[in-house]
Design a protein around this ligand. Structure first.
Ligand SMILES: [Zn+2]
Length: 711
């Protein structure tokens, strides 16, 4: 039996992609388990994830159920040798297996194929008008009984031949709605009728289909998880969860977290995405640490010979470590089966530094502000009546996701301690000083109930945009009457709200391009902090102009005239409230009719931070800092040891990351600390303790700094 707890102390991981075909006898012919292992040692890897199969479908073992990689000679023996070397070296082995994406199975079994609305498989030629893209990737449907039997047989073969601590199942998501015969039959049996063909979030049938897609993916994942646990209950299971914040098309909500021992996935979006993903994983995962993967290739896996700089790789690893997560770096094998050992030397430099921080990977993330990510809000409520397969029907944008990212951006820049939690486990926000609902439409009832109770009991809440109208009305006494239709709207501070706004005032209000809700006061007893301003509206021309007929411009259209040719300056000042503050039960609520936090503008973060400060009232933030906005501050507390950790990240996306110098960090403590130590050397630092905060100076932040504070 393998160690079921291997992942709890494993923070340095790697993966080598091996999606290699076998039509050329050279392919994988030079795969050498001893050289592969030497590279892992060089890289200071604790837990390698190793390919037993790939999107191509070829198995790296002597399979009976599938297709063995033909040019990878003696692959079973070589893989067993590699796994043995890893185990002898104290490493944990995680097997990689690609689900759904399997070209061999796709080619051999047309009846297993995922089918688009026109009945085409995923490799169908793009020029013939289908929507999968005519690609290299052959996808099998997780509802296909034959494919389901096949993957269970494959898993049995793996457990018959190999000893593994864990297994990673890749690609557990729908790329698009599937209309294969298996899906049609399952829909008919479980729901009745035909699968809807029009995206419409107001249509109960469409919504039922989306729910089914999430349930079916969970069902497929649980079948796999249960199979693995039946073969080795100690074997950890991780299903691909990079899809956590992706759009509705993938049919992913909390289903992946339910089916996995820990959450993880691969990301390519830079420092801000990294920060948000780590925080949401932290609150989603069944067990810590979560895993954050990214490639060594730049800008992504498409460029095999372009590698990220040391600064970029170090930032990636250390950002994960700063969140007490496990870092995984993805390389891709050369087609002939070799690896570039120079890269593993570079990994080794970074991972050997990271390893020194592992004794301090303990405690709880400090999350004064908790931003809710609604796993059921990963769609655009403005896109309806859109036929599946058309560009609009393929739209999987989410204004809610954009607003969450924006809220987090402001909190990070203003050094306000924050976390990200989901509707699935709202109780993760227990103890938060402020909860944020950023354009959080369609919030499920369990989360609505939690929020109401949280506020009634004395919590503070910021809401914006299209939060469930009934919840907004209940908590604030204002009614939402749909979205204001205008090319631009403005938030104009009232005298009461002016202190929140830094550079904007009534004459120069805050411009909003992400829409504004039209609200009326029904039973409102609070303060109005800003009102709505609309651009000048010109009446239609009355015919005094006589343009040429071939001009083509409609001079009589209402929008034909304007105030200023490039922009829509504020012109119509209304009394319609746009930003309000009120109380509910023992709690405080601020509602903004516009989710202005979506907008990446210089004034956004200061305004958002001022609203957060207003909401926290007399409570103190757990830390504050005068650092530049590029510095992220993260705190973990270990109450049983009277210890706090402060982790600093220089979150600049650049090939070379310039150091940030000379700023202070102040940490709220009930008593003066005995010492503040720079990690991992535990060098004592001078500090000042006053007004309940211990303040220390950071003279230089290269990419990351870690500190321990002992009371
Ligand atoms: Zn299907």
């Amino acid at each position: 039996m393998t160690n079921p707890d291997w992942y709890r102390t494993s923070f340095r991981r790697n993966l080598v992609d091996m999606h290699i075909e076998d039509w050329n006898p050279e392919f994988l012919s030079q795969f050498d388990p001893d050289k592969y292992y030497e590279n892992l040692v060089r890289a200071h890897v604790k837990s390698p994830m190793i390919y037993l199969q790939s999107h191509v479908g070829h198995c790296n073992w002597d399979t009976k159920s599938g297709h063995r990689h033909q040019s990878f000679t003696d692959c079973t023996k070589k893989m067993q040798r590699l796994f043995d070397l890893c185990h002898q070296g104290g490493m944990d082995v995680v097997a990689y297996y690609s689900m759904i994406y399997n070209n061999d199975a796709y080619i051999a079994h047309p009846e297993w194929r995922l089918r688009d609305i026109n009945g085409h498989g995923t490799r169908f030629d793009n020029s013939k008008g289908q929507y999968f893209g005519g690609s290299r990737y052959g996808l099998c449907c997780p509802n296909s009984p034959g494919y389901r039997d096949f993957v269970l047989k494959q898993l049995d073969e793996i457990f018959d031949l190999f000893t593994i601590e864990g297994i990673f199942l890749d690609m557990l998501f729908w790329t698009r709605p599937c209309y294969c015969d298996s899906c049609k039959a399952r829909w008919k049996a479980e729901h009745g009728g035909d699968i809807p063909t029009v995206v419409d979030w107001n249509d109960p049938a469409w919504r039922a289909f989306q729910t089914k897609r999430e349930e079916w993916m969970l069902d497929f994942m649980m079948m796999i998880t249960n199979k693995i646990k039946s073969r080795n209950p100690n074997c950890s299971v991780e299903h691909q969860f990079s899809t956590m914040m992706h759009g509705w098309r993938q049919g992913v909500n909390q289903n992946v977290a339910i089916a996995s021992d820990y959450c993880g996935g691969d990301f390519y979006g830079g420092a801000q995405q990294h920060s948000v993903a780590c925080k949401l994983y932290y609150n989603m995962t069944a067990n810590q640490p979560f895993e954050y993967m990214t490639s060594r290739c730049y800008p992504g896996l498409r460029e095999h010979t372009t590698t990220k700089t040391e600064d970029m790789l170090r930032l990636s690893v250390m950002s994960t470590f700063a969140h007490h997560g496990a870092a995984l770096l993805i390389d891709a094998i050369d087609p002939k089966g070799t690896l570039d050992s120079r890269l593993y030397d570079l990994y080794g430099k970074i991972y050997s530094d990271a390893e020194k921080l592992e004794p301090y990977m303990e405690g709880k993330l400090v999350q004064d502000v908790q931003v809710l990510f609604n796993l059921e809000g990963k769609y655009n409520p403005d896109v309806n009546n859109a036929a599946v397969g058309t560009p609009r029907g393929n739209d999987d944008s989410s204004p809610h996701t954009a607003a969450v990212m924006g809220a987090c951006r402001s909190l990070q820049r203003m050094h306000i301690p924050f976390g990200v939690f989901s509707n699935w486990k709202p109780e993760k926000a227990d103890g938060a000083k402020v909860i944020v609902l950023a354009d959080t439409y369609d919030l499920p009832q369990n989360a609505v109930d939690y929020i109401e109770k949280f506020i009634a009991n004395g919590g503070a809440l910021y809401m914006s945009g299209r939060v469930n109208p009934a919840l907004v009305q209940k908590l604030t006494g204002v009614k939402i009457n749909g979205t204001i239709q205008a090319p631009m709207v403005y938030l104009a501070p009232t005298p009461a709200g002016q202190p929140l706004f830094t550079e904007h005032n009534r004459d120069y209000p805050f411009a909003v391009t992400c829409g504004m809700q039209n609200i009326t006061l029904v039973d409102f007893h609070g303060e109005i902090l800003a009102t709505t301003v609309l651009p000048y509206a010109a009446p239609a021309q009355d015919g005094e102009l006589h343009p040429d007929a071939d001009d083509g411009f409609d001079y009589t259209a209402p929008e034909a005239r304007f105030a200023s040719i490039h922009s829509n300056p504020p012109g119509r000042f209304t009394d319609t409230p746009a930003l309000i503050k009120t109380t509910y039960g023992k709690g405080t609520v601020v509602y903004s009719a516009a989710s202005f936090e979506t907008l990446d503008r210089p004034a956004t973060a200061p305004l958002f931070a001022n609203i957060m400060s207003l909401l926290k009232g007399t409570q103190s933030w757990s830390f504050v800092s005068n650092a530049p906005q590029q510095v992220e501050v993260i705190e973990f507390d270990v109450p049983e040891k009277n210890r706090h950790y402060i982790n600093l990240i220089n979150s600049q996306d650049s090939f070379q990351i310039p150091a940030i110098c000379d700023f202070d960090v102040s940490v709220k403590l009930d008593a003066a600390p005995s010492q503040i130590l720079a990690l991992p050397d535990e060098t004592p630092l001078p500090f000042v303790y006053e007004n309940g905060y211990a303040t220390f100076h950071v003279s230089k932040l290269p990419i990351c700094n870690f500190y321990a504070i002992e009371i």
